[in-house]
Design a protein around this ligand. Structure first.
Ligand SMILES: *[C@@H]1O[C@H](CO)[C@@H](O)[C@H](O)[C@H]1NC(C)=O
Ligand SMILES: *[C@@H]1O[C@H](CO)[C@@H](O)[C@H](O)[C@H]1NC(C)=O
Ligand SMILES: *[C@@H]1O[C@H](CO)[C@@H](O)[C@H](O)[C@H]1NC(C)=O
Ligand SMILES: *[C@@H]1O[C@H](CO)[C@@H](O)[C@H](O)[C@H]1NC(C)=O
Length: 502
């Protein structure tokens, strides 16, 4: 069996830096865009949905962010693919997520996390939300916030996923706003940075616009109940569809004046296989710049056959054809288009909630949100007791812990995690060809060195100092980033060629 080597010229650099606890820059929501707080650059989600061990929707009970070896294995392959964000559906608040969150952080990959899971008391029942909107439920939700808020690469939370569909109770939208309100009030009181809270909508065309309008409008007597971003699960682009034939043109019309970021929280129709992902250049092109990117469904193969990779055992993984096709599409993305600040979009403000925003007669059009269950005001004001709070730990292991095969069955060697500088998030072409933005930066190296061994105290102090610290980083990365992106593309092409087309 022939083995394929990945160009490894910068591996020495990677391991030199591997003991530093690197951290991505926190992202904020600014009008209709995600924005990197330190640089002001726009952030577009280049993501995959990540739920190995159980597809979403099936009552998955495993927590993918609690197994460090699996996260290292998957972060390496995602980094090579070019993703900058994962979405994880199923999380258990009491488990230890430090290793996984820190690995993705070091890889420059953000996390979008669902607070609900399939366990009783940990989700809102769409058919009878009033039976599940309880003190116990909100204690679970706040525990998830406590567990993940300390990680700098946390992009945001989904307060609900596909709660509104054909079987929902008519007032289910009011409960989504109530949970959003409670989460944002909890964050404002108990967390020392802004964290966005959004909603992920089902692929149900008839309620899409109303859901977005209902959840995203400004409510003067409950400002915190407005969502910060809107994800839609969208499978309408199949095979060689076009901007028009897929219906993407209608989305651009529909969300053209959005005042919050809108992106695909799932996409990637598999009616035509293998998937060539010809929607990728359209989604990230000028025509669809109103959208903030999307997450491909899904990283690992499950019963519904959407996997980019097949995890055949804990230490063996096969890259499917789709992985290569997606990597090829990602490698062609125009990084400068994706990161350009857009003052039209960031200047948008939400319309006031008004029944006239709602178009379908069957959609709920009142904003009389349910009051908090007994005791929840106390939880918010005092924080929940004995919370399991995550903390970033230094990432020292970078070698691929599993055997990886490409689509042809050839073994792929020399795969390794590339630990990024703190001003960099991952992007196509970066891994395997990475030069730290501050190569001579004794100052920054020493800085990271001194923080690397310590825990959340240091981490959060670096976070609160980010106004000054990151201002400086913005200047140095501003020059370095485009340079790396350009030179990276060519080498990444070679990497792809070696991986898939030899
Ligand atoms: C700027 O944002 C607006 C609103 O989202 C959008 O219509 C426009 O196409 C964007 N312009 C560019 C150059 O991305
Ligand atoms: C994925 O791996 C499993 C276990 O080896 C195998 O049964 C299955 O057929 C594979 N699926 C695909 C689509 O290759
Ligand atoms: C966006 O446009 C739709 C349809 O034209 C309209 O109903 C809605 O009020 C507009 N929203 C904003 C934020 O201007
Ligand atoms: C807040 O305003 C909405 C819309 O006007 C109204 O339906 C709701 O009853 C108000 N809630 C409170 C607590 O006043």
């Amino acid at each position: 069996m022939k083995t394929t080597s990945v160009p490894g010229a910068t591996l020495a650099v990677a391991s030199l830096f591997s003991s530093f606890a690197a951290a991505v820059q926190p992202l904020n929501v600014n009008g209709a865009n995600f924005v990197t707080k330190s640089s002001g650059n726009r952030f577009s989600i280049v993501g995959v949905d990540y739920q190995p061990g159980g597809s979403s929707g099936v009552s998955a009970t495993s927590d993918p962010l609690s197994d460090g070896n699996a996260c290292l294995r998957d972060a390496i392959l995602m980094q090579r693919l070019g993703v900058n964000t994962i979405r994880v559906y199923n999380l258990i608040a009491d488990l230890n997520h430090d290793e996984c969150a820190s690995i993705f952080n070091a890889a420059g990959i953000y996390m979008l996390l669902d607070v609900n899971n399939g366990n009783l008391g940990s989700y809102i029942d769409r058919t009878a939300p009033w039976t599940t909107y309880t003190n116990q439920y909100l204690t679970h939700v706040f525990s998830i916030i406590e567990a993940f808020a300390p990680y700098p690469n946390l992009l945001g939370f989904f307060s609900g996923n596909e709660i509104i569909n054909e079987e929902s109770a008519v007032n289910a939208p009011a409960y989504i706003r109530a949970v959003t309100r409670d989460m944002k009030d909890y964050i404002a009181k108990n967390v020392d940075r802004e964290i966005g809270v959004g909603y992920s909508a089902a692929d149900v065309a008839v309620s899409l616009s109303d859901t977005w309008e209902y959840l995203g409008c400004e409510l003067s007597n409950s400002t915190s109940s407005k969502i910060d971003f809107f994800g839609l699960n969208d499978y309408e682009f199949c095979g060689d569809a076009t901007f028009e034939s897929s219906g993407y043109n209608k989305l651009v019309q529909q969300f053209g004046n959005t005042s919050i970021p809108v992106f695909f929280s799932e996409y990637g129709c598999n009616l035509v296989k293998p998937r060539h992902f010809t929607e990728v250049p359209i989604l990230y092109g000028e025509q669809m710049s109103v959208m903030s990117g999307g997450l491909v469904y899904e990283y690992s193969e499950g019963i519904n056959d959407y996997g980019l990779v097949n995890i055949t055992s804990a230490d063996e993984i096969t890259l499917r054809e789709d992985y290569g096709f997606l990597a090829t599409q990602y490698a062609k993305l125009d990084e400068s288009l994706l990161t350009s600040a857009n003052t039209t979009a960031t200047g948008r403000t939400a319309p006031a909630c008004d029944p006239d925003l709602i178009t379908e007669s069957s959609f709920y059009r009142s904003w009389d949100l349910p009051a908090r269950p007994d005791g929840v005001d106390d939880l918010i004001n005092n924080g929940i007791s004995n919370a399991n709070q995550g903390k970033t730990v230094s990432v020292t292991k970078t070698a691929m812990p599993a055997t990886v095969y490409d689509y042809n069955g050839d073994q792929v060697n020399n795969l390794e995690l590339t630990i990024l500088d703190e001003q960099d998030s991952n992007r196509p072409g970066l891994a395997g060809n990475y030069t730290p933005s501050t190569p001579t930066g004794t100052a920054s190296a020493t800085g990271s060195q001194s923080t690397s061994g310590s825990s959340s105290a240091t981490r959060s102090s670096s976070r609160s100092a980010s106004a000054t610290g990151s201002q400086a980083a913005a200047t140095s990365s501003g020059a370095a980033v485009p340079m790396i992106a350009t030179s990276g593309a060519a080498t990444f092409g070679a990497f792809l060629a070696s991986l898939f087309f030899l």
